[in-house]
Design a protein around this ligand. Structure first.
Ligand code: HEC
Length: 342
């Protein structure tokens, strides 16, 4: 039954747009960078694992070089785990899923430059061992083609694969765990709408099996519409914290300085807490929303560097309501007096 659904998914137009977008994302953000940083709202205990993520990630300017995967053995885990017969229906809205995927960074870690799609293979190394971004195109043999929408949603929000194996938290499922049921199914539908690319990714080699992850709060059926809650969700999945929150020496985020500014590569990410002196305290919600979509500050100056890239590649696509929601959330968090330039 798993093989019934192999045809019938070529949507060249959407794909080429998505591809251009993803390519742009990857080339410039190394979209997977900041990402390994966990959701700011999660309790510290929940977020211990991702600190093992490669420390170099947040400073990467491009996606890692794809390793050659041509001769790799097929990954055994997914096929072994594919025990049940899923109903292969995708009920989500692919366009809504693409919007969410783009805001998270376009799944850029999975982008394979040689093959021109989300065919995986990029290598991530750290004290934890080696993992390879998986092929998340709907290829039946080597990608997600054999997975149901529920199984894909599970990978996305808990890192749990069918049959009880667990993704390494280099894949930021902890941040994505706040996605609503609907959004997770939308992303699954988006991935399912892509062209299948055959690419067998090498097996991971980990020093220990990742711990199962259960989100602290069960995700809602639908995304919140109340602005502060929606803004918190978006700031979490977009992983603003990866750049705007400084790290402790062990690489974990310093929660006392959440979003209070940090050094990113050769630039400094501003304090975006509502502190009057060092943060966004004097900005209106509308001014913050405008900056998010255009990069223009209230005084007419433009943001530069890493933030300008983020806006160009993803935040300019924010709907007005979502930009306002992010602003409302940023105004609601504790003001922290901290000057990252000092
Ligand atoms: C890749 C790193 C990165 C990510 C991710 C990122 N930012 Fe930034 N951000 C920066 C940098 C660097 C600056 C400073 C740019 C400058 O000085 O021109 C900045 C500036 C800003 C500013 C302007 C503040 C000021 O005083 O001028 C706001 C507001 C902001 N970011 C909000 C956000 C939000 C909200 C998110 C997530 C939705 C986010 N940023 C994600 C790096 C990042």
């Amino acid at each position: 039954m798993r093989f019934l659904n192999t045809q019938n998914r070529s949507k060249p137009v959407r794909w080429s747009i998505g591809l251009a977008l993803l390519a742009a994302l990857v080339l410039a953000i190394g979209a997977c960078g900041s990402p390994a940083t966990p959701a700011p709202a999660e309790p510290a205990a929940e977020v211990a694992a991702p600190t093992e993520a490669p420390k170099s990630e947040p400073t990467a300017t491009t996606a890692p070089e794809p390793e050659s995967t041509a001769t790799a053995e097929p990954e055994p885990e997914p096929t072994a785990a594919a025990a049940e017969e899923p109903a292969m229906t995708f009920t989500g809205d692919p366009d809504a899923g693409q919007y969410i995927a783009t805001l998270t960074g376009g799944c850029g870690c999975h982008f394979n430059r040689e093959l021109g799609g989300l065919a995986g293979g990029n290598k991530f190394e750290g004290p934890f061992g080696v993992v390879y971004a998986r092929n998340i195109t709907p290829d039946m043999e080597t990608g997600l083609g054999g997975y149901s929408q529920e199984e894909i949603a599970s990978f996305l929000r808990t890192g749990a694969g069918p049959g009880g194996w667990q993704l390494h938290p280099v894949m930021p499922y902890m941040a994505f765990s706040v996605l609503s049921d609907k959004e997770a199914l939308d992303v699954a539908a988006y991935l399912h709408s892509l062209d299948a690319i055959a690419n067998a990714v090498p097996d991971r080699e980990l020093t220990s099996d990742p711990a199962p992850f259960t989100p602290a709060v069960a995700p809602p059926a639908e995304a919140p519409t109340e602005p502060v809650a929606r803004g918190e969700e978006l700031v979490t999945i977009a992983r603003c914290s990866g750049c705007h929150t400084p790290n402790n020496e062990d690489g974990s985020p310093n929660m006392d300085l959440m979003l209070a500014g940090a050094t990113v590569r050769d630039s400094i990410a501003a304090n975006i807490t509502p502190d009057d002196e060092t943060g966004l305290g004097k900005w209106t919600v509308e001014e913050i929303a405008t900056l998010m979509r255009t990069g223009t500050r209230p005084d007419g100056s433009e943001v530069e560097g890493a933030m300008a890239q983020q806006i160009e590649r993803r935040f300019n696509l924010l709907t007005e309501d979502d930009a306002l929601a992010i602003a409302a959330y940023l105004k609601s968090i504790p003001a922290v007096n901290h000057d990252p330039f000092e």
